[in-house]
Design a binder for this molecule. Structure first.
Ligand SMILES: [Zn+2]
Length: 307
C-alpha cells in the first residue's frame, strides 16, 4: 500500500462522507443535494467553507453551530470517518483498480442508506435505483465471481477463459442476485402483511435488496438475507426482553403489583411495544451486505470446512 495514495484515498473518502451527510439529510425530505449550499437546519445561516471541513470543523466547533450554538448531531462526524475508512479498506483490499471503485460506490451507498433508514425509516430511490444500475453495469468489468460462474461454465460451451464468457456469467450472477434478493424480500413483505395486517417491510427494502444483489451476486445475497434476518430477530427479541424487564420493575415499584401479575402485564405491554415499534430492517440488510462484501467468501469457505 502506497502511503501517499492511501492518505489521498482516505481524504477523498472524508469528502465523499461529507457529501453523504447532505444526502442523508436532504434526500428523504425531497430536497436537492446540490443547491443551495449547506445551512444550519436550526438558524438557516449558510455554513461557511471553513466550517465545512470534514471532521475538523465538527471537532473545532465542539459539535455546535457557530452562529446559534445548537447541537449538531455526531452523525456528521461518524459518517465522514466511516466513509474515509471504507474507501481506505477498498484500496487496501483491491489496490488502485476498478474493483476498488465498485467497492467504494457500494460502501458509500450502503452507508448512506443505513443512516437514512435509521433516522427516517426511508430508503430513497435516488440512492437505490442508480445503485442497482451501477451494480449491474460494473459486473461487466469486475467479475462478481460467484456460485453461478463456478457452476455453469461446464454446462455451457463457452471457453471459461474467454473474455465474453466471464463477463456474461458475472452479469447473469449480478442480475440473479438482484432478482432473487428483491423477490424474496417482496415475498416476505407480502406474507407479513397478510399475517399482521400492517406493512412490515416497504418497497424501499425490496429496492435496497435488488441493489445489493447486483453488487454481491447470488450466493452472497442469500448469505446477506440470512444473517440480516438473524440479526433482526435477535434485535427484536432483545427489545422485547428489555421492555419487559423495565416495565416489570416499574409495575412492582409504582403499582405495587405482585411478581406474577407484574410479569403478565409487562409481557402484554412489551408485545404491544414491539408491534408499534417499526424496525428499520434496511439497517440490518445494509450492514450485513457490507460485511458479506468484504468477508462473505471467506466465511462461506470457513463454514464448509467445518461441515
Ligand atoms: Zn445555527
Amino acid at each position: 500500500m502506497d502511503p501517499f495514495i492511501a492518505s489521498a484515498v482516505f481524504v477523498f473518502g472524508l469528502l465523499f462522507g461529507s457529501f453523504l451527510n447532505v444526502c442523508i439529510y436532504r434526500l428523504p425530505r425531497g430536497l436537492s443535494v446540490v443547491w443551495p449550499g449547506s445551512a444550519c437546519p436550526h438558524c438557516d445561516i449558510p455554513i461557511r467553507f471553513y466550517d465545512n471541513i470534514p471532521v475538523f470543523s465538527w471537532l473545532i466547533l465542539g459539535g455546535r453551530c457557530r452562529n446559534c450554538k445548537v447541537r449538531i448531531t455526531p452523525r456528521y462526524l461518524i459518517v465522514e470517518v466511516i466513509n474515509g475508512l471504507l474507501f481506505l479498506a477498498c484500496y487496501a483490499h483491491f489496490g488502485l483498480s476498478l474493483a476498488t471503485l465498485k467497492c467504494a460506490v457500494f460502501g458509500f451507498l450502503l452507508l448512506g442508506l443505513i443512516f437514512t433508514d435509521a433516522e427516517t425509516h426511508l430508503l430513497p430511490d435516488k440512492m437505490t435505483l442508480p445503485g442497482l444500475a451501477f451494480g449491474l453495469l460494473i459486473s461487466l468489468f469486475v467479475p462478481v465471481n460467484d456460485l453461478l460462474s463456478m457452476l455453469l461454465p461446464g454446462a455451457i460451451d463457452f471457453p471459461v477463459s474467454s473474455d465474453i464468457s466471464w463477463r456474461l456469467f458475472s452479469f447473469m450472477d449480478a442480475g440473479l442476485g438482484a432478482l432473487v434478493g428483491a423477490s424474496f424480500l417482496y415475498g416476505i413483505g407480502a406474507a407479513y402483511f397478510r399475517w399482521r395486517g400492517v406493512e412490515g417491510m416497504g418497497f424501499g427494502d425490496v429496492k435496497l435488496m435488488a441493489m445489493m444483489g447486483a453488487f454481491l451476486g447470488l450466493r452472497l445475497t442469500i448469505l446477506t438475507m440470512m444473517t440480516a434476518s438473524l440479526a433482526g430477530s435477535a434485535y427484536g427479541l432483545w427489545t422485547v426482553l428489555v421492555v419487559w424487564l423495565k416495565r416489570m420493575q416499574r409495575r412492582k415499584r409504582v403499582f405495587h403489583e405482585t411478581g406474577s401479575t407484574a410479569r403478565k402485564h409487562a409481557w402484554a405491554s412489551a408485545q404491544v411495544a414491539l408491534r408499534r415499534h417499526q424496525m428499520p430492517f434496511g439497517v440490518f440488510l445494509g450492514t450485513m451486505g457490507l460485511l458479506a462484501f468484504f468477508f462473505g467468501q471467506q466465511f462461506i469457505h470457513w463454514y464448509w470446512r467445518q461441515m
